[in-house]
Ligand binder design. Structure first.
Ligand SMILES: [Zn+2]
Length: 600
């Protein structure tokens, strides 16, 4: 009897807590489903465009995003259940949700974006006249029409659900469905509260925010809006300073150049684990073309280069800035070295294959705001690419088809490289579908199954494709006075020593983690013409191969290669110079890389 009473009490308690959700289930569902537009867009993208459906990944992101929205939805139905005039309030909330849904769909369908920092900035800066002009221009667009159709369809579903609501609610309040629904809701809400943590703490730098977002990747409207607002606030301070310095350097800086005609190329790869390249001893020949260049004596392979972080955006900010982390200088305290090159008379072209890629994500948005800030584009670059390409070789072709070379030409390629989803990084043709899973080296650990072996194989193929992309760039300079520098923004784990892939954002770093995530390839190719004209410089480059270097020091190297003189030039920071004195290599702001690795 007593047991029965306890169960009755528990059921009564569950009814009190979850009653409003079960009573107002259409409102609860509508709130959850309209607050995760990016999740639906990701599903559509994977199902329609990529044809490979990592279902567990997609379901995982759905549950993460929905959990945050579920916390909001539960609050909403609670408020509606406990205030007077609830019918009016409920329909007002529906109107609000559908309006937000319409805006989300409008942004996604027309611009493939969400509430990013740029979109928010546009909204803040746009006056009413511009706004109506803008709406007028986009009102009849196919994306807008589709967005409206989806919202009308959603409204129809809401009306049907509200008509069915009393009957379903009565059924939901029965003992078994209610207990099941309550358990599911409890799990979802607890997960949601966990995922909401990044929204309630304070941030002092974009790096902190990116780190929090990398750990907990909720893409619901609430998390996206929060990240965008915080980004705008911090970025305004950080980036404004860096942009001012760079623009001033490009327009008023003191810089001259000692060379009349030369081509200088910087190729920035992505997520390149050098231990998967045959240049660094990998068991499959993933870099045959670069090996051939090395054997011809044209390519210097650096053996001790690292990146300061395992995130793209913060690494590239430090790479483009003339700061030195080991000297305690932050990236926003120094101008970009490209501005110094521009001022010295170099034509600077930037062809970036990641500019549109995941443009809605914080890491892309935060980098683009700096690298492609309109004032920087205007004062530093000669030309930038208009569109991205599915494969890197097409980006390279696009550049050489559209840009005639000038006398002193600096070209920067930012590739997609071996970015996540390795199988999407090379064309699926017989030429690139080389090797079989059985040939994958060192894949004997117990956690390596067929699926993982295929992933390692895809990484090897993507690495080999990257080798071809580098060679296709070099081919343009074989008979010219040219130097091509190639490196990666950071490394990547590919089931190397544990059952783990991509990058780990745990603040505690182990030597093995750092070996795979921070050690990077760094290659310098000198054309035969360059070697003949500058034997002493070519010898200096070859002599530097084993020196320790971090990729925040690339700017000094580029200025020296471009024979630029400027007050910013510092031979003690230039790895190619005999006067080079390496600074402590601080990774993740405060870990001494060399000390950490000596523990191995
Ligand atoms: Zn990256």
């Amino acid at each position: 009897m007593a047991g029965g009473r306890i169960i009755d009490r528990i059921i009564q308690a569950l009814r009190t807590v979850f009653g409003p959700v079960l009573q107002q289930w259409p409102l609860w569902l509508t709130t959850v489903l309209t607050l995760i537009p990016m999740t639906w867009a990701t599903w559509e993208y994977h199902v329609i465009r990529l044809h490979d459906l990592p279902l567990s990944h997609l379901l995982g992101s759905l549950v993460t995003d929905a959990s945050v929205a579920a916390v909001v939805a539960t609050l909403v139905v609670w408020i509606v259940a406990h205030i007077p005039g609830r019918r009016v309030v409920k329909w007002l909330i529906y109107v609000l949700l559908l309006a937000l849904w319409l805006v989300s769909l409008f942004l996604l369908r027309n611009f493939n974006t969400t509430y990013t920092p740029q979109v928010l900035q546009l909204l803040l800066e746009t006056n009413r006249g511009e706004c109506s002009e803008f709406l007028h221009a986009w009102i009849g667009a196919p994306g807008t029409r589709r967005a409206i159709m989806i919202v009308v369809f959603t409204l129809a579903l809401v009306l049907v659900a509200e008509w069915l609501r009393p009957r379903v609610a009565t059924w939901l309040q029965r003992r078994v469905p209610m207990v099941v629904a309550s358990l599911l809701l409890t799990a979802l809400l607890l997960f949601g509260l966990w995922n909401i943590r990044p929204l309630v703490r304070s941030y002092h730098s974009l790096y902190e925010l990116e780190l929090a977002r990398a750990d907990n990747h909720a893409n619901d409207v609430l998390s996206t809006l929060h990240a965008s607002i915080v980004t705008l606030r911090i970025q305004e301070q950080e980036t404004a300073a860096a942009i001012d310095l760079t623009v001033r350097e490009a327009t008023e800086g003191q810089a001259t150049c000692a060379v009349d005609s030369m081509d200088l190329v910087l190729v920035i790869g992505e997520s390149y684990n050098k231990w998967h390249s045959s240049l660094y001893g990998y068991g499959l020949d993933t870099s045959p073309l670069m090996r051939a260049e090395r054997d011809r004596g044209l390519l210097t392979v650096f053996t001790d280069a690292i990146s300061p972080y395992n995130l793209t955006s913060v690494t590239l900010k430090n790479l483009f800035s003339l700061n030195s982390l080991g000297h305690g200088e932050r990236w926003e305290q120094r101008p970009m070295w490209t501005a110094v090159m521009h001022r010295a008379g170099w034509q600077v072209d930037v062809w970036d294959n990641q500019r549109d890629f995941m443009a809605t994500e914080l890491f892309t948005a935060s980098l683009n705001m700096y690298l492609f800030n309109p004032r920087i584009v205007e004062t530093v670059y000669h030309q930038v690419n208009a569109v991205g390409h599915e494969f890197d070789a097409d980006l390279v072709k696009d550049y050489y088809a559209s840009c005639p070379a000038s006398a002193r030409n600096l070209v920067i390629f930012h590739l997609m490289g071996q970015h996540t989803q390795f199988s999407a990084r090379y064309p699926h043709t017989p030429e690139w579908e080389v090797w079989t899973p059985a040939e994958v080296p060192n894949a004997t650990a117990p956690y390596i199954d067929d699926e993982r072996r295929q992933v390692i194989l895809d990484y090897a193929r993507a690495t080999r494709y990257n080798d071809y992309v580098l060679a296709s760039i070099i081919e343009h300079y074989r008979d010219r006075n040219a130097v091509v520098v190639m490196l990666s923004d950071h490394g990547e784990e590919v089931y190397d020593y544990r059952d783990f892939i991509e990058r780990d954002h745990n603040p505690v770093k182990t030597p093995l983690m750092v070996r795979h995530e921070n050690e990077i390839p760094l290659l310098v190719w000198c054309s035969p013409v360059y070697k003949a004209r500058h034997p002493e410089r070519a010898a200096a480059i070859a002599a530097a191969a084993s020196r320790p270097v971090m990729n925040d020091a690339i700017g000094q190297m580029m200025l020296w290669l471009g024979e630029v003189s400027s007050p910013w030039c510092d031979s003690t920071r230039n790895v190619l110079h005999p006067a080079y004195r390496p600074a402590p290599r601080l990774i993740y702001d405060n870990i001494d890389y060399d000390r950490l690795m000596s523990r191995q």
